[in-house]
Design a protein around this ligand. Structure first.
Ligand code: UDP
Length: 238
């Protein structure tokens, strides 16, 4: 049964590619629409933290294939996630939602450093906390940052926003027979070789019983539906 009820504190993970609307940089229409959806949920009293990817700027692994040092390329990519964080902060504040950006790489002029207990305090006060710069460590991903932050600040669930409806038996873009899972366990995701997040992020969630809801961000109102426990997308839990 998926009667999860209302979540009190959630972590929303947004892919960078989506943020860029398929191009390099930030697509104001996408960011605005995400901000409006988040504002709706926060006004209802839900505490929300956000992690945004950086795929709309750089991915370290791709840059290193083209000759760059991997560590430096990963740092460049992490800085890209900070730009996405600032863009979301701007659009959220235009919606009247107080926000704080906390970064895993210190840059005092643009954001607070990542201080978990302070992040919790912001959430309790109704501020949206956006975590930038991933984990601050090369070789990791923003999925892993999302899982780790969700665990450390005590979120009830990770909401993985995608451009597809959830977890399928196969890739729905190439296999028309692919079926959507309504619910699935962490273990079964591994056994079937499905991809919900990268392996490090996924195993962190599995080992610590962190549920993940994979859902389609492109359907208006889906963030609110996911938060309210409505049956959308795929619930991955133990
Ligand atoms: N990255 C990193 N450490 C982190 C988070 C991100 O090195 O903790 C780098 C890495 O190069 C990654 C890039 O930042 O490819 C962008 O993050 P991600 O690929 O997770 O973004 P998304 O695919 O969600 O847009």
């Amino acid at each position: 049964d998926r009667s999860t009820g209302n979540y009190r504190r959630v972590l929303l993970k947004l892919g960078g590619e989506m943020f860029g609307g398929g191009a390099v940089g930030v697509d104001p229409d996408v960011v605005h629409s995400v901000a409006v959806q988040i504002a709706d949920v926060v006004r209802d009293g839900v505490q929300m933290a956000v992690v945004i990817g950086g795929g709309n700027y750089f991915r370290g692994a791709e840059l290193s294939q083209r000759g760059m040092d991997r560590d430096r390329a990963d740092y460049m990519a992490m800085l890209g996630t900070v730009m996405n964080s600032l863009a979301l902060q701007d659009f959220l504040e235009k919606e009247g939602v107080p926000t704080r950006v906390q970064t895993a790489i210190t840059m005092g002029q643009v954001a607070e450093p990542y201080i978990p207990r302070r992040a919790e305090r912001h959430l309790e006060k109704g501020r949206v906390v956006i975590f930038g710069a991933g984990t601050g460590m090369p070789y990791f991903s923003t999925d892993t940052a999302a899982a780790q932050r969700a665990l450390e600040i005590g979120c009830d669930v990770v909401l993985m926003a995608k451009a597809v409806d959830g977890v399928f038996t196969a890739d729905p873009r190439s296999d028309p027979g692919a079926k959507l899972f309504d619910e699935i366990s962490h273990r079964e995701v591994l056994e079937r070789g499905l991809k919900v997040a990268d392996a490090t992020a996924f195993s962190l969630c599995m080992d610590n019983n962190m549920p993940i809801i994979v859902f389609n961000l492109l359907t208006e109102g889906n963030i609110a539906r996911a938060v309210s426990g409505e049956r959308i997308g795929t619930l991955v839990s133990t």
